[in-house]
Design a protein around this ligand. Structure first.
Ligand SMILES: [Zn+2]
Length: 379
């Protein structure tokens, strides 16, 4: 009994000391949390008042205090980036990376985001380096590869783009064949410009082997064949376009013309185009057909063709042609209609992107607006 009291007296101060220490720790944590939430709200306040530099400083300080705010900081950086304030986004991401205690699970994510900042800022070499680092992390490898392809596209490093895209195809198990084919086409055109037609042909053939519906590769191969005087071979490639994507037929009219001129004659081309016109009513071939009929069979046949064609499927280009043909016979001099139609046609660019609606008078294989491949087509 005496022993019991002795132990009790001895443990009492220890219990007291433990209680005091615990309460001190708890109050320190509470104080820290209180300060944290005060700073947090102050940061938000700065943001709401559009004082973004101050907000940025507060959030950078918060990240140092509590790693739980990494997600908040990443979200904030994303907002800065979306608003075009890439310098702030970079600062935030760099400050996260500079902390030696950045939790490992965040490292690749922050690297990836910083890479995207650099990419947008036009520092492509830096972006490329970071994306390559992230490739080692399986969780973010696909995102990194996707951005790496974009960087190579921007740098026009087609060889690297092909290498990475093919790797991506394996990893993501997605169909990137059409994109890889475009890269081969780009390389092929580069070689052609350098005068190496043999290599250009081989690369365009590889493009077709990657994506048999690659119109651009067929056109490249046809033009290379024509350059070598092989019109029959060229025509074989041109006739693939109908099956690949009939919407591109208006793009190859001149090439077809040259092939038929050196082959069975323009009369056969008119027949072929009229067949296409029946098969693909959505493709507008009326204007070139009427032009060819005019050249081969004269004004009145061309006018007959146009009149019946316009009754079936009226369109501005056809009406313009009709008026041009009728013009020589027209007596009414103050007829403003031809001019009105000319103006309407001038305000309608020839090609339009089927993905984003961007339009231009030049055919871009890579849409300058939404960066989709082969999405621009004749209207
Ligand atoms: Zn587009």
């Amino acid at each position: 009994m005496e022993n019991y009291w002795q132990w009790a007296l001895l443990l009492l101060p220890l219990a007291f000391l433990a209680g005091w220490l615990l309460s001190k720790r708890r109050s320190r944590r509470l104080r820290r949390q209180l300060r944290f939430s005060n700073d947090y709200f102050q940061g938000l306040n700065y943001l709401l008042n559009d004082e973004q530099d101050k907000a940025l400083d507060v959030f950078i300080k918060l990240v140092e205090m509590d790693w739980d705010t990494v997600d908040t900081s990443l979200a904030l950086a994303a907002i800065f980036r979306r608003k075009g304030e890439i310098d702030k986004s970079i600062k935030l991401h760099q400050s996260l990376l500079a902390r030696p205690s950045l939790p490992a699970e965040y490292k690749s994510r922050v690297l990836l985001e910083l890479g995207r900042d650099y990419q947008l800022a036009g520092w492509l070499d830096r972006a490329e380096g970071l994306f390559n680092d992230v490739l080692k992390d399986e969780l973010y490898a696909q995102d990194a590869l996707r951005h790496l392809i974009e960087v190579y596209q921007q740098e026009q490093e087609w060889q690297d783009a092909i290498k990475v895209a093919e790797q991506f195809q394996k990893q993501a198990d997605s169909d990137f064949a059409a994109m890889v084919a475009q890269f081969y086409c780009e390389l092929s055109e580069q070689r052609h410009q350098q005068g190496d037609n043999k290599e250009a042909e081989s690369l365009a053939t590889q493009a077709l082997s990657k994506d048999e519906s690659c119109v651009r590769a067929s056109i490249i191969l046809a033009r290379l064949a024509m350059q070598a005087g092989k019109y029959k071979k060229a025509l074989r490639f041109l006739k693939q376009v109908e099956v690949q994507n009939a919407g591109f037929l208006p793009v190859i009219i001149n090439d077809l013309y040259l092939c038929y001129q050196h082959g069975s004659g323009v009369q056969d081309l008119i027949q072929y185009l009229q067949q296409l016109e029946q098969h693909y009513p959505e493709v507008n071939l009326c204007a070139p057909i009427s032009e060819l009929i005019l050249q081969e069979q004269g004004e009145s046949v061309a006018l007959d063709y146009l009149t019946s064609s316009m009754l079936k499927k009226p369109d501005l280009k056809g009406i313009q042609k009709m008026l041009q043909l009728q013009g020589s016979k027209a007596v009414c001099e103050d007829n403003q209609l031809p001019e009105v139609i000319d103006q309407m046609l001038q305000s309608q660019p020839e090609y339009q992107c089927s993905k984003c609606g961007y339009s231009a008078n030049t055919l871009f294989w890579l849409c300058p607006s939404c960066h989709s491949w082969a999405s621009m087509k004749p209207r």
